[in-house]
Design a protein around this ligand. Structure first.
Ligand code: ITT
Ligand code: NA
Length: 218
């Protein structure tokens, strides 16, 4: 049985669309300091696998604001707890106004899979385009990629990354979780989308779709 290691019910809801059998487990893995999500998720997956003893997925995600050089990024959870989503949105929009730019950001999600086994060579980046049939610029299309995290002497971990770009707006919508109300993609905030609509274009949806393809063959 596949274990989704998270304390976040919103993540589990989204993962259920891609995974037939999944059990959410609350295991407090070490969140190492890093400026990207990959090392945090990889380390967490090794630790969780050692603890659980069954195949595990760790999902690390964050909001990367262009005007703040990608902040809060890996610190998104801490910043949500301290500043709050609305203030992050206000700051990002104030910043964009100062510089005369559109307040833009991306969501990234890295899913790390570990089952104690080694992996064969992996496919290249996948471009998922726009699932809702709009004509988005290439820059706005959601993308996904996979890499292997191999540290000598360590248990192999496979990483699945998804990302989506959008605009920071005043909060709208009741769905989703976290920063969804302030993140608009193609005219709609992620909080105004159903879970299925969000999955079709989101960072997590892209990472999960890539994982599901891999897992089906495994
Ligand atoms: P776990 O670590 O237990 O999985 P978490 O909520 O702490 O749960 P993260 O560290 O990955 O998960 O979260 C980083 C922050 O980004 C946190 O504030 C989330 O609310 C937010 N976040 C993650 N995915 C998001 C999404 O799809 N939409 C909006 N906000 C998201
Ligand atoms: Na976390």
């Amino acid at each position: 049985m596949l274990h989704y290691v998270t304390t976040n019910e919103g993540k589990v809801r989204e993962a259920e669309e891609y995974l037939d059998e999944v059990r959410a487990v609350d295991f407090d893995y070490t969140e190492v300091q890093a400026d990207d999500l990959g090392p945090i998720a990889a380390r967490g997956a090794r630790e969780a696998y050692a603890h659980v003893g069954d195949p595990v997925l760790v999902d690390d995600a964050g909001l990367f604001v262009d005007g703040f050089d990608g902040f809060p990024g890996p610190y998104s959870a801490y910043v949500e707890e301290t500043l709050g989503v609305e203030r992050v949105g206000d700051l990002a929009r104030d910043r964009a106004e100062e510089t005369g730019e559109t307040p833009r950001a991306q969501f990234k999600c890295t899913i790390a899979y570990c089952d104690g086994e080694d992996f064969a060579a992996t496919p290249d980046a996948v471009d998922y385009g726009d699932r809702r049939g709009h004509d988005l610029s290439a820059d706005d299309r959601a993308t996904a990629s996979t890499t292997d995290s191999v540290v000598a002497g360590d248990v192999p971990v496979k990483l699945f990354e998804g990302r989506v770009r959008g605009r920071i707006v005043e909060p709208r919508g009741e769905g989703g979780f976290g920063y969804d109300p302030i993140f608009e993609h193609d005219g709609t905030t992620l909080a105004e989308m159903s879970a299925a609509e969000k999955n079709a274009i989101s960072h997590r949806g892209r990472a999960l779709a890539t994982f599901a393809e891999f897992y089906a063959e495994r």
